[in-house]
Design a protein around this ligand. Structure first.
Ligand SMILES: [Zn+2]
Length: 451
């Protein structure tokens, strides 16, 4: 069937998405033409039943998350929950493409990476390809530094060769920024879009979309293969909206793959009751064991800082670093980050800091050798040859998964596979103990698999 070029162009931009008028970015006249001829369907974004509302973009049903637009002649209700993605309201509908599907040409041999997988990585990779072939579900439970990204390559290649559109979703924008250039380098002939809040890129009929899970609120039945990285991470793990967004973005006949190093209770339950096929990778790609965290008691930190003192244990830890050894100091709060940054004369980052991306980039390129950080750098980022310390590791923000992930930042490189991980704390917590035994347990498991 011949599709007029204008319609093909629109299909490439809008197919598989739920968009606001401002996101369509086309003239009123063209929009009316597309609606009248059945290419686009207009759907109310807020459904109202009696006095209850539901936002069809973000699934919000909480009355307190809806507002009334002030000074408007009519009572207009809008959704507060997803407003940062553009406003949905009783005046502002969503638009869905109902015209022909866009054509997509798939390269036959998209993978340019020529590395080798370890036998454990290969096991996961084979299972992944099988899952994609069978439109099934799979959880890959792999320790930090197992080489998860390379494990996905055969699966991505297979999907592309079979004309399947892929989404690699992650809760964190830093991870999107880290993965996109790697995948562009290793799959140079495919169309790839990297999407996060404020990203300059657009998905125009891409083969592969790398996106934060929030961005999936703009999709519907779009992907044949959905890979959710860091499935246990905040905010995906806390927010019911995000798993729903992932499900809606996926086609009914599709494969879903979850990746994690630290399965939460829900995932453990699904694994243990055989409801979710799982493959476990207890070893790092370079074959060296996970660093075992060392524990150091550190009393009255807050009091000492208030008195203008710096605890000797922290300065000793820093002083023992060799001149070229870089490190991250994790802290639970922005206040503590500021206090330590002043005392130690070191830069610090947190989720809201304006310098965040610049400083992370400087640390990555080794322009700076140390960085104080909140949990924003706990996972998904890889820096070779670093040590890590957690200050106030007994604080409630450092749960077991966070501490395991932080410890997982050390010893990532094959050339420098060891690293110092130290937890400073005042009271022993279950999380501190569990994160320590996790490393011991996984190392034993890995040893058992290799012998
Ligand atoms: Zn909403």
């Amino acid at each position: 069937m011949h599709v007029p070029p204008l319609i093909e162009d629109m299909a490439r931009k809008f197919s598989g998405k739920l968009l606001l008028k401002s996101e369509l970015n086309i003239s009123e006249q063209r929009l009316n033409y597309l609606i009248k001829n059945g290419y686009i369907l207009e759907i109310p974004s807020i459904q109202t039943k009696f006095t209850l509302h539901k936002c069809l973009r973000c699934f919000n049903m909480k009355p307190s998350y809806f507002g009334k637009i002030p000074h408007h002649p009519k009572p207009i209700i809008y959704c507060k929950q997803c407003i940062q993605m553009g406003r949905t309201s009783t005046l502002e509908p969503l638009y869905q493409w109902t015209g022909p599907k866009p054509t997509r040409h798939y390269p036959k041999n998209p993978l340019k990476w020529r590395g080798n997988l370890t036998h454990l990585q290969q096991r996961a990779s084979t299972q992944l390809v099988k899952t994609i072939q069978q439109n099934d579900r799979l959880l890959i439970d792999a320790v930090c530094g197992a080489g998860k990204t390379e494990m996905l390559y055969e699966g991505i290649t297979h999907a592309i060769q079979y004309n399947k559109r892929i989404c690699l979703a992650t809760p964190r924008s830093d991870v999107v920024k880290e993965l996109a250039p790697r995948l562009r380098r290793d799959f140079p002939t495919i169309h790839l879009a990297a999407l996060y809040g404020g990203s300059p890129e657009q998905d125009i009929n891409s083969h592969l979309v790398i996106a934060t899970t929030h961005q999936l609120l703009r999709y519907e039945r779009s992907f044949d293969v959905m890979i959710v990285d860091e499935v246990d991470a905040f905010p995906y793990h806390h927010d019911k909206m995000l798993p729903k967004a992932v499900r809606r973005a996926t086609k009914p006949d599709s494969a879903t793959i979850y990746l994690t190093a630290t399965p939460r209770f829900k995932q453990k339950w699904l694994i243990n009751t055989n409801q979710l096929p799982t493959v476990s990778i207890p070893a790092r790609y370079h074959g060296h064991p996970l660093p075992i965290p060392s524990k150091q008691m550190l009393f009255r930190l807050t009091k000492q800082l208030e008195d203008g003192q710096l605890p000797a244990k922290i300065t000793q830890w820093i002083d023992t670093k060799q001149a070229n050894r870089r490190f991250l100091l994790f802290v639970p709060t922005i206040t503590l980050a500021e206090q330590l940054a002043t005392k130690l004369d070191l830069p610090y980052v947190h989720a809201e800091s304006p310098e965040r991306h610049h400083l992370i980039q400087q640390f990555r390129t080794q322009s700076i050798s140390a960085l104080i950080t909140t949990t924003i750098l706990e996972r998904g980022v890889t820096f070779p040859s670093i040590d890590v310390a957690v200050i106030q590791a007994d604080h409630h923000v450092f749960d077991e998964a966070a501490l395991i992930q932080i410890a997982g930042r050390a010893g990532r490189s094959a050339q420098d596979p060891t690293g110092d991980v130290t937890f400073f704390y005042e009271q022993t917590t279950e999380a501190v103990n569990r994160a320590t035994t996790y490393a011991i347990r996984k190392n034993l498991e890995a040893k058992g698999r290799s012998s």
